[in-house]
Design a binder for this molecule. Structure first.
Ligand SMILES: *Cc1c(COP(=O)(O)O)cnc(C)c1O
Length: 364
């Protein structure tokens, strides 16, 4: 018998998450993973690593509590927000029985995790305006333990309506956990649901240092929830989820100077996003460019496939979204450095479009 046949059926059938690094590509302009374009240098203080780290490093928790304006017992730190997503499955979903809801087009990990855990995944697409289909969600709640939503939503860039989120929390109260992914919240900070934690014991908020804090390589994320939820998650988390160097650097990133630096980064990105948006509106090959509240933009083009390949060949790597529900002909790009954005615009301006082809044919 082959080894593969020993594996669980759902794992055999599983298509792993297509992370930007797995997809590959060769380039010097990486605009496919919503990373911050420039690195901040950090100094490690520890020189020896013979001791195990703290499970929940005290300084990191205290500083995040201060940053997020929330008590320390409302916080769990983990190996990226992705581990937070996984821990919720561990704690709340009975494999083969329970279900989750997620609402594409959105972040792919919720669905991949459900398959890995053998938990039924109810896919309830966002409406045409990329807002929640609350009627359908309410109708589907039966065996649902977890509802994942994302605001600002990746990859569409829009915020979910606060009234809808409030209604979602109301209809799911006592029945399911609502996990709101705030990976990009620093780019739209006034919209955080943190103040709602007092009122909703089943609200969970996912955060990360990977985006605005420019630390995707660190692998550090946070789950914010009421102590009852945090206690459950602490039962299933690994004994030493954060390596000592990770905890040290996270603490530095969350120091007062670290937070000022992050806010400067956010301002830079927001300025660049406005510039990019204006430039993209003037590119003939771009049919529609959508407003965004994150450090990324999504656009639609009738020649999206050709654009993706041409830029890929030039070492400018975008994220192809054409296979996502509702995103035919869409590509996502990360707002990069001024230099990277200029290269991107130059490459897009040089793209042949359907219009120019038509003109050429007419002239011939
Ligand atoms: C990038 C991203 C994450 C992953 O965060 P990590 O902390 O790097 O694991 C989670 N959710 C969304 C919506 C993201 O875009």
């Amino acid at each position: 018998m082959g080894i593969a046949s020993l594996a669980r059926a759902n794992v055999r059938a599983l298509i792993p998450y297509q992370s930007a690094r797995r997809i590959g590509g060769q380039g010097d302009v990486w605009l496919n993973a919503n990373e911050y374009p420039l690195g901040t240098p950090y100094q490690l203080e520890s020189q020896t690593f013979n001791r195990y780290p703290e499970c929940q490093p005290q300084t990191v928790i205290a500083r995040y509590a201060n940053y997020a304006n929330i008590p320390q017992d409302h916080i769990l730190v983990s190996r990226g927000a992705d581990e937070g997503i996984t821990l919720l499955f561990h704690a709340f979903c009975e494999p083969g029985q329970d279900a989750i809801i997620y609402c594409p087009p959105t972040y792919g990990m919720y669905g991949v995790c459900a398959e890995a855990f053998n938990v039924t995944c109810h896919t309830i697409p966002l409406l045409d305006d990329w807002q929640l289909n609350l009627k359908e969600i309410e109708r589907t709640l039966g065996r649902v333990k977890l509802i994942y939503v994302c605001s600002p939503n990746n990859p569409t860039g829009n915020l979910l309506n606060q009234d809808d989120l409030h209604q979602l929390l109301t209809i799911s109260a006592g029945r399911a956990i609502v996990a709101v992914d705030e990976a990009y919240i620093e780019f739209a900070s006034q919209t955080t649901l943190v103040p709602w934690l007092q009122q909703f014991p089943h609200l969970v908020i996912l955060r990360t240092l990977s985006k605005a804090f420019a630390l995707a390589g660190l692998r550090c994320g946070f789950t914010l929830a009421n102590p009852e939820v945090i206690t459950l998650l602490l039962k299933v988390i690994a004994p030493y989820p954060l390596a000592t160097p990770v905890a040290e650097i996270a603490a530095q990133a969350l120091s007062p100077q670290g937070i000022v630096l992050m806010q400067q980064h956010v301002n830079t990105i927001l300025t660049q996003r406005t510039l990019l948006m204006n430039e993209l509106t003037q590119c003939d090959c771009v049919d529609t460019i959508y407003p965004s509240e994150g450090n990324y933009l999504i656009f639609r083009s009738s020649v999206a496939g050709a654009i993706f390949k041409s830029l890929w060949d030039q070492g400018i790597i975008l994220r192809d979204q054409r296979k996502q529900i509702g995103l035919s002909n869409c590509l996502r790009l990360t707002v990069g450095s001024a230099d990277e954005n200029a290269k991107l615009i130059a490459a897009l301006r040089a793209q042949p479009t359907r219009n120019t082809t038509t003109i050429r044919q007419e002239t011939v």
